[in-house]
Design a binder for this molecule. Structure first.
Ligand SMILES: Cc1cc2nc3c(=O)[nH]c(=O)nc-3n(C[C@H](O)[C@H](O)[C@H](O)COP(=O)(O)OP(=O)(O)OC[C@H]3O[C@@H](n4cnc5c(N)ncnc54)[C@H](O)[C@@H]3O)c2cc1C
Length: 413
């Protein structure tokens, strides 16, 4: 039976970051995924190393505006009622966490991760020789209504109290920073410490290449089962049984579907999001611009303009919802003026626990099972740190961060 220090299920930003950190530390690692590295949710996102994003979607304002968000045909939130009725556990726990006290507690835990996020990803960017893929122009957030601008104040102050730096920008300055914006700007804020990637999948491909160059092993096949014993974990990949010191479950929104991983009963849900690409239109913005009322971002990707975002609660296996794509096209034109037909479209599945915190750490089932999933809206940002934490745990090092809030066995509401 082939023998490894670590076998990783999933080669998204999380799995590849775990693989590269562990291999740089000298561990013998096998990375398994049926799909190419970084081709899942990690490929199509809004490209931002969003260290400012410590406020969870679980916010008291969601409870106040839920009826209008759900009933409006022109909303950044879409909910399949059939899915919600079949999966009340996730939905109810998610809503319970929108109350002020849990929301504030979650923000504190996310802020603790964000503080270390750059230190997690930067060594990987350097190791992969991918500095050319990183742009440091910050992120601009804009509000187009007076009500939205006023309502943003509490959240901005909460971020500041949690150590996030931002700068108020006048509408005129925002327009000068991003002349392509066609909205009436009521308020604008520049998160100047945020960075973005010109192409997230290219970064992950280079990280994976570096992992291979360092002697890491990969297989294009799913992890079919894991079985944790006292001394080793047996991992079945493509019908073959492998032995490892540790198995890492980093299969994003699919992490609950690996038999024996102890994840099936965890309340892992998915917040689906969409993007549209417009080849040749990247010049429309010079940095990621988030339009708060629209619920999406305009991003200058290496392959063109990307409009990415929105949230749809409909489950992992539901087909693409064309209304969500039409919403992005329509509101994208409102934001940036007329756009050509999109060159491609995409549906991604954010892995989301009902408290918007990732699951990081050892399984209660066995200390040889390490969990690294549930990174919801900020997996690209937290991937590098997650990889470092998982390598620490595998080596028996102190991760230097209290992982209790991220334990799989925590209370979710
Ligand atoms: C529209 C949108 C915009 C976003 N914008 C941002 C942003 O700007 N900044 C940010 O930080 N985050 C953003 N995110 C969130 C971020 O993309 C995700 O949190 C992140 O990609 C999750 O990474 P992952 O590695 O966990 O999952 P994935 O990238 O989905 O990777 C999981 C992998 O597991 C594999 N897999 C599944 N089953 C198995 C199995 N049995 N065995 C082996 N492998 C398996 C899959 O093939 C897949 O490759 C956004 C998400 C969306 C949808």
């Amino acid at each position: 039976m082939a023998d490894y220090d670590m076998v990783i299920a999933g080669a998204g930003i999380i799995g590849v970051s775990c693989a590269l950190w562990a291999r740089m530390r000298g561990l013998r690692v096998l990375l398994a995924d049926p799909n190419p590295p970084g081709s899942g949710t990690s490929s199509g996102n809004a490209c931002t190393l969003a260290t400012y994003a410590c406020l969870p979607v679980n916010d008291p304002s969601v409870l106040r505006s839920l009826p209008s968000l759900m009933l409006s045909g022109d909303s950044p939130l879409g909910v399949s009622y059939a899915h919600a009725l079949k999966n009340p556990r996730w939905m109810l726990a998610f809503l319970a966490n929108c109350r002020a006290a849990p929301s504030a507690r979650i923000a504190g835990h996310l802020a603790a991760l964000m503080e270390q996020a750059d230190d997690g990803i930067d060594p990987l960017i350097e190791a992969a020789g991918a500095q050319d893929l990183v742009e440091a122009r910050g992120q601009l957030n804009i509000w187009s209504t007076a009500a939205g601008a006023a309502a943003a104040e509490a959240g901005l102050q909460r971020r500041r109290a949690l150590g996030v730096a931002w700068r108020e920008v006048s509408p005129r300055e925002a327009q000068a920073m991003e002349p392509g914006l066609k909205l009436p700007i009521q308020r604008a804020v520049h998160f100047h410490q945020a960075r973005h990637l010109r192409n997230p999948q290219a970064l992950i491909a280079r990280m994976h290449q570096r992992f291979s160059d360092l002697g890491g092993s990969s297989v294009t096949a799913p992890v079919e089962a894991v079985q944790a014993g006292q001394d080793r974990v047996t991992v079945t990949v493509d019908g073959q049984r492998l032995s490892a010191d540790h198995a890492v479950i980093a299969a994003g929104a699919y992490s609950g579907r690996i038999p024996g991983a102890g994840t099936a009963d965890l309340p892992l849900g998915t917040e689906r999001g969409y993007h549209l690409m417009f080849q040749g239109e990247a010049h429309r913005v010079t940095r990621p611009v988030g339009w708060a009322e629209g619920g999406f971002y305009a991003v200058p990707h290496a392959d063109g303009l990307r409009l990415a975002g929105t949230v749809e609660i409909a489950g992992l296996d539901a087909p693409v919802n064309r209304q969500r794509l039409d919403y992005l096209a329509r509101r994208g034109a409102e934001m940036l003026g007329p756009l050509p037909a999109p060159s491609s479209e995409w549906l991604g599945r954010r892995p989301t626990m009902p408290d918007s915190l990732p699951v990081l750490g050892r399984s209660a089932r066995s200390p040889r099972l390490l969990y690294a999933f549930g990174h919801q809206h900020v997996g690209l940002t937290l991937g590098g740190l997650t990889g470092r934490l998982i390598a620490d745990l595998a080596q028996g090092r102190d991760p230097g961060l209290d992982l209790a809030p991220f334990a799989a066995s925590r209370r979710y509401a």
